[in-house]
Design a protein around this ligand. Sequence first.
Ligand code: AP5
Length: 208
Amino acid sequence: MRMIFIGPPGAGKGTQAARLVERFQIPHISTGDMFRAAIKAETPLGLRVKAILAAGELVGDDVTVGLVRERLSQSDAAEGFMLDGFPRTVPQAEALEAMLAEQGRPLQAVLLLEVPDSVIERRVVGRRMDPETKRIYHIDSNPPPPEIAGRVIQRPDDTPEKSAERLGIYHSQTSPLIPFYEQRGLLRRVDGVAPPDEVTKRIVAALE
Ligand code: AP5
């Protein structure tokens, strides 16, 4: 399966991707996670993108496309992949399309996780992550167990202000991907407002 996940910040893409990789046995490739790992390791890329992520803005298309090109060339992505957070602009989608056409392995599905703006801020601001296991929690709907509660962290871009900024960028720069993939017959819409298990069922039904 070669697929991408699109949806607003906090829609639940990362939560669902972590569940689906086990089912489909393909790598979950999140550009956000790759940038955060580079920042943590203080690589040249990390130092370059740190302020951009903290501000909730987008990293440049050239840097992001180069990163994904390299990741997709790794052997574990040969049989399929689940891209999360990429593409995020029409130029990124065009670059991905050209890259996959060159390799003779076009995309098979684009899953749009639909969550209204009114739900987004609560999901984003309440998110916590365990830096050891990378598991995602929510202070209300899925609180971290007491034994790890002291080590969970909040992302610097998960404030109400940055959440609103990221949502604005989603509407202006990422949502044009919806007609882009609709025209190609690849788009599958899933309502993301339900408990995570129910959303997983909806996604599996949409993909099968
Ligand atoms: P990225 O990490 O991709 O952030 P995002 O797209 O904003 O998505 P999030 O990680 O915020 O949300 P999610 O949909 O994965 O939700 P989650 O499952 O965690 O990107 C971060 C930054 O990197 C960007 O701002 C940009 O700077 C840069 N970047 C990345 N890719 C780029 C690109 N291609 N080009 C340029 N720049 C790029 O869930 C959120 C919360 O909701 C959690 O607390 C979770 O527990 C809870 N939750 C999940 N599902 C449910 C549910 N069904 N019901 C109730 N709560 C739920």
